[in-house]
Structure formats: C-alpha cells, structure tokens
Design a protein around this ligand. Structure first.
Ligand code: PSV
Ligand code: MN
Length: 427
C-alpha cells in the first residue's frame, strides 16, 4: 500500500490552492442557496465496488497488450484495490468473479482482505465459458439449455459461487447469462426464458439469509439474434417472479445505442426492483470504457434519478454500486481512479440540482427552465467539493497525480516481473 506520509505531503502541497478553490465554490453555491458541506458529506459517504477482473489489462478478440507490473493473482489484485481505496476513500469492497478469481484458500483471501481494510460486494458467477474438467458444455446455453444436466451443472456452479461469497462475507450474487441464439429458429423463445426462470428459482431458493440476487440484462453478444435476458423488461419479469430478494442490475454498457438509461433506472425504482449498477461507458455496445468518458451527461442524468429517489424516500431503494470495465489501453489502476472521480463528480452535480425549482417548472410545463435546472447543476465546477470529500476520507486531493508520484507501478514492475513470487498461503 502507499505510504500515508506521501499522501499527506501531496495534499499539503496542494492545500493552499485547494482551500481557495473550496471557499470560492462554497460561496458561489451559497449565493444560489446551495450547501457545499452537504455535498461534501454525501460524496464522502459514496461507495463503489471494484471488480476483481478490472485490475489486469483487458483485451479484445483481436489481441491483448498487457502492461508491466500487473497483479499475478487475486491477492495482488486486492492490493491494487486497497491502493485505490487509500487514494479515493470510496472503494472499500471487491466484486469477485468466479472462477476467474476464485482463491484456492478462501479463508486466506478473507484474512488478506481484512488486512487491507477491504470487504466483498456481490460475487459473480460464470456459466458463459467452459472450465477445464467440466462435464457439460455451455456452447448452447446454460440456464436455458435444452438438456437438464447442463442446467443442473449451471445451478450447481452458481450455488457454489454463493457458498464462496458467504465464506468471504459477501451478501449478493449477480447472474449474467450469455444464453441466447444466433439464428431464427435455433431456440424456442418462450421455453428458453421459462428454463432460465426455473434455474433461477433453484438459485433463489438457495440464497442465504439476507442475501440478494441480481439479474443482469444485456441485448446481444455473444448471442447475436436473441438473448434470453436481453433487456430490463425480461430482467424485471425474472425479479418479480422470483421474489423480494431478487432485483435488477443495470450495466450501463448493456443497452443499444441511444437507449434512455435514466428512464430505465426510473422505471426500476418505481417497481422497487433496482438492485444495482455496473458502471462503465460505451460508444457502441458493451465497450467497457471508463465511466463518464463518452457520455458524461447521461451519467449525471442517471445520478439525478438516484438522488431524486433518495430525496423522496422511494421504497426498496438501496442500489449496490459496482464498476465493470475492461482496461485495454490505460493502466487499469489509473483508469479506476479516474472512474471513481467521474462517479463522484456526477453524484455531486446531481446533489446540486435545485429539486424544488425543477419540480415547479415541471408542473408549469416550463420546458426551458426545467431543462436549465439540470444543465445548471451539470455545468457546476465540483472539483473542489469532490477533492475535499476524498481528503476527509483520508484520500488524496489529486489521486492520479499522487499515484504517479508514489512510484507504486514502478515498484510493482520490479516486484511482480522480476521478484520472487510470494504464494498466497504465506501472505
Ligand atoms: C457481461 O458482459 C458482463 O457485463 C457481466 O457483468 C460479467 O460478469 C462481466 O461482464 C465480466 O464478463
Ligand atoms: Mn456487467
């Protein structure tokens, strides 16, 4: 992990300028009847989980170009996540993918996490790839498969993931299914959905006390003609059929271009079925790009719905925030720091919407002023507010600059590329 003194030195070096910026921002907001301190407190309390699969360089089907000093196993990934948490004060939990990051010794991973001040968020199952030694193939589906033996294998895997999650102290499972078809006629459209529901009922019946089940929709890829859980409607039908502990997970990249995602979020809130998010950004499809890099206004509008629901005290509203990205070009750790900052900014801006005025404009059908209420909040400079929130959480005023100054990646290049590997058991 990083030396605390370094973070403080870096903060001290920026302190005078930061104080001036913060005071100016607070005064500017006060003039509009807005409270900077409230925003700082809310942003400081914001938490988002980091996925275990985002710490190594990702790739496309055309290639992968790994960087140096990448984590070699889940234990080292946790160390990188602890650094993100140190710098942002906002990522205290890890969302584990099984089997990609399944530890041989679950208790050792939990101890390791506790030593790093980390916990575990939703665990993720994988019935979209075949694993070595597995009896049946998922080539033609898992939970929707025509063969009951394949479905049983998928359910058994998912229950195993829950068991691992329980041992780690997690409280939810996210199920994303690649099931679908590439050609008309290949799959019975209704029966495939019914088989998925049947398997999810078995998983739901096996949920430990207090656990949640999230169903994650996605329109296409790898199935290009028809995906079984292709949209939020299908996901909502599943969650409603399963019961109160099943909810829908919205991955921002899992929508066709131009889909109004904030409207989907609003509908799921109304239904009391918004389980959580996989944050990322996208230009075309499931691009897994840095959150807020392509459509920052959309991200703000999503947060606007979330803040609106929180202010109104919407029923069954406690979404679980997670990141789901693939870092092909950037240093994954830096991209994740950038992501947390983008989320904090979107949240801060959404908190600055004058909701009373917006509501009045909506009632009066004053289109321009209603739109301007959102735009005014979106255009506010919240840099000093989110920096202050991070600092109050023990983090850095400028996480990326501090990370670069720390030399962490350089140190990991020598340790992880050339150093002796320390097996997890002895950590
Ligand atoms: C599928 O594209 C997905 O969004 C699901 O969340 C998976 O668990 C994750 O990506 C990693 O493949
Ligand atoms: Mn996802």
């Amino acid at each position: 992990m990083l030396d605390r003194d370094l973070i403080e030195q870096e903060n001290d070096a920026r302190d005078a300028a930061h104080q001036r910026d913060f005071e100016y921002t607070a005064e500017r907001l006060e003039r509009d009847g807005l409270d900077a301190e409230r925003v700082v407190a809310e942003v400081a309390a914001f938490e988002v989980a980091v996925p275990s699969w985002a710490l190594g360089t990702g790739g496309t089907r055309f290639g992968r170009f790994p960087g140096l000093g990448e984590p070699r196993d889940v234990f080292e990934k946790m160390e990188d996540i602890a650094v993100i948490h140190q710098l942002t004060g906002s990522t205290p939990r890890v969302s584990l993918h099984i089997p990609w990051d399944e530890p041989e010794d679950v208790a050792a991973l939990r101890r390791h996490a506790e030593g790093l001040n980390l916990g575990f968020d939703a665990v993720n199952s994988n019935t979209f790839q075949d694993q070595a030694g597995q009896a049946h193939s998922y080539k033609f589906g898992s939970f929707s498969h025509t063969d009951a033996a394949v479905r049983r294998q998928g359910v058994a895997h998912t229950l195993h993931v829950i068991e691992v999650g329980e041992a780690l102290g997690s409280g939810a499972i996210t199920v994303w299914l690649a099931d679908g078809s590439n050609f008309p006629g290949q799959m019975h459209l209704r029966r495939s959905y019914e088989r998925v529901l049947g398997c999810l009922e078995e998983v739901y019946a096996g949920l430990p006390e207090g656990w949640q089940l999230y169903t994650e929709h996605k329109p296409y890829e790898p199935a290009f003609y028809a995906t079984v859980v292709q949209d939020w409607g299908s996901s909502l039908m599943l969650a409603q059929a399963l019961g109160a502990r099943a909810r829908c997970l919205v991955d921002l990249g899992h929508h066709l271009p131009n889909t109004n995602i904030e409207l989907i979020v609003a509908r799921l809130i109304t239904a009391g079925k918004l389980g959580g998010f996989h944050f990322n950004d996208s230009k075309y499809g499931d691009d897994d790009l840095t959150t807020g890099s392509i459509k920052p206004y959309q991200l703000f509008l999503v947060f606007n719905e979330l803040v609106d629901a929180a202010v109104e005290g919407a029923a069954d509203f406690a979404p679980d925030y997670m990141i789901d990205q693939s870092h092909n070009l950037k240093d994954p750790l830096e991209a994740l720091l950038q992501t947390v900052e983008a989320l904090q900014r979107a949240y801060a801006r959404a908190l600055l919407v004058d909701r009373e005025a917006l509501g009045a404009y909506q009632e009066e059908n004053d289109v321009l002023m209603a739109e301007r209420a959102l735009q005014t909040a979106y255009e506010r400079d919240v840099s000093a507010l989110v920096a202050e929130a991070r600092r109050r959480q023990g983090g850095a005023l400028d996480p990326i600059a501090t990370f670069r100054r720390s030399g962490y990646r350089r140190a990991k290049v020598s340790a992880r590329e050339h150093g002796a590997y320390v097996p997890p058991q002895s950590l």
